[in-house]
Ligand binder design. Structure first.
Ligand SMILES: O=C(O)C1=C[C@@H](OP(=O)(O)O)[C@@H](O)[C@H](O)C1
Ligand SMILES: C=C(OP(=O)(O)O)C(=O)O
Length: 448
């Protein structure tokens, strides 16, 4: 887990960025690769796994519930216990900073006859868990959570799973791949068909990977354009060889860095370009960004490409709210691009950003204001007046940016620092370890 000692770092103005890099493995796919391999009978092999703290928290939790997970050279091997084969962990499972670990694993244990306590860091302990507790309780799990003063169910919490659980038909009230995936994972060890109605498409890695592991899962679209996902329970999963592609959410920081630093020309190899994840690249292209996907191919059922990016003059746009789910983690870095664009960038429909690792609308607004950026913070978005390509330098630019245990806030302002007059200090770089180990070094290789 992230050390408790904050490490402040100053990011200095940069000359042109150049070179070919690759970013660490996709976080969402890495969590799912470990979880589904644990549920298969036999030995799965994973390459390209993200070795960030969030994914390592998932691996540790799965080990505590009986999986044997080992790493040799670049290959992770998971000896699965089979659907229904988890054992009760001896201690509470520490989910660190990771919402995905907490929510997916809650789903996993809900349909096993085991009792499991989940804990997390100060950030995760503030995030809403009611959205997971509600459907899993309907499946028969008993979940006791801490109640906050404003009556929200938060961690720490204890899931008393039930086997057999009751199959659920559930319409997702919030566009969340974590909620969808938690229910699907619970459904795997539940007799009958678990059905999810998804009015707004979210990342679909769980569906793709479940199919790849041999589960019986059907996806249809109804007359109202809702996806209906049906999973047959008591599944038998077969072990797989998985190649995890580079994470588009990590590539996003390097893409925006190249767009805003004059003279830059970079290539990021082997990045996942699943359309449920690439909204940021579409928005940046609409703003005038020169971003090309080269060598498109399919790896393990996921589309992958090399991304070629060149410095570009950006123009602000009105970002359609409906694109939000396909770039939900990328708004912090979009706001940095918007601050460097000419004209106004308007965003809306982003309530979910207030319940991520931090309140990302408020943290980004505070930091951008320190940099002298003019903006309006609304309940569901920011409207940002861009500098028209001029370097950022507010009167208070010497102040530290507060990262609030949020990796994406830290990395977004690190990139902003490259486009300042005299550098930008952020109060803690350690949260980058959760999703992007090696972030600082990789950025330095592009600048050298
Ligand atoms: O399922 C996943 O892997 C994720 C889903 C998203 O969360 P929500 O489901 O809360 O939107 C995203 O923000 C998170 O980084 C990863
Ligand atoms: C929201 C994120 O992750 P999680 O929900 O897994 O903490 C993120 O990576 O931006």
């Amino acid at each position: 887990m992230t050390s408790n000692t904050p490490q402040p770092v100053t990011f200095k103005p940069s000359g042109p960025l150049s070179g070919k890099i690759s970013v660490p493995g996709d976080k969402s796919i890495s969590h799912r690769a470990l979880i589904l391999s644990t549920l298969a009978i036999g030995k799965s092999r994973i390459t390209g796994l993200l070795e960030g703290e969030d994914v390592l928290a998932t691996a540790d939790a799965l080990r505590a519930m009986g999986a044997r997970i080992e790493k040799k050279d670049d290959v992770w091997t998971v000896h699965g216990v089979g659907v229904g084969g988890l054992i009760q962990p001896e201690n509470a499972l520490d989910m660190g900073n990771s919402g995905t670990s907490a929510r997916l694993l809650m789903g996993l244990v809900a349909s096993h006859g085991i009792t499991t306590t989940f804990t997390g860091d100060a950030s995760l302990s503030k995030r809403p868990m009611g959205r997971i507790i509600e459907p899993l309780s309907r499946m028969g799990a008993d979940i006791q959570a801490r109640e906050t003063s404003d009556h929200k169910a938060c961690m720490p919490l204890t899931v008393r799973g039930i086997c057999p659980a009751i199959p659920l038909e559930y319409r997702l009230p919030v566009a969340s791949a974590q909620v969808k995936s938690a229910i699907l994972l619970a459904g795997l060890n539940t007799p009958g068909i678990t059905r999810i109605i998804e009015p707004v498409l979210t990342r679909d890695h769980s569906e793709t990977m479940l199919r790849g592991f041999g589960a019986d899962i059907q996806v249809e679209t109804d007359a109202d354009d809702c996806r209906i996902i049906s999973l047959t329970g008591e599944a038998e999963l077969k072990p797989q060889k998985i190649k995890v592609p580079g994470d588009p959410s990590s590539a996003a920081f390097m893409v925006v860095a190249a767009l805003i630093v004059p003279g830059s020309d970079i290539v990021i190899e082997n990045v996942g370009i699943n359309p449920t994840r690439t909204g940021l690249f579409d928005v940046l292209r609409d703003m005038g960004g020169d971003i090309r996907f080269a060598k498109k191919r399919t790896v393990g059922g996921e589309p992958v490409a090399d991304i070629h990016v060149r410095h570009s003059a950006l123009t602000g746009i009105d970002v359609p709210a409906k694109i939000a789910p396909s770039m939900i983690d990328e708004f912090p870095i979009l706001f940095i691009a918007a601050a460097m664009a000419s004209g106004q960038t308007i965003t809306s429909g982003l309530h979910e950003l207030r319940v991520k690792e931090s309140d990302r609308l408020s943290q980004m607004a505070k930091g951008l204001e320190l940099l002298g950026v003019k903006l309006t913070e609304k309940e569901d978005g920011l409207t940002i007046e861009g500098s028209g390509g001029k370097t950022l330098s507010g009167g208070k630019a010497k102040a530290m940016i507060e990262t609030a245990l949020d990796h994406r806030i830290a990395m977004s302002f690190a990139i902003a620092g490259l486009a300042t007059k005299s550098g930008l200090a952020i109060d803690d770089i350690t949260p980058t370890q959760t999703s992007f180990p090696g972030f600082e070094n990789l950025l330095a290789t592009l600048a050298s």
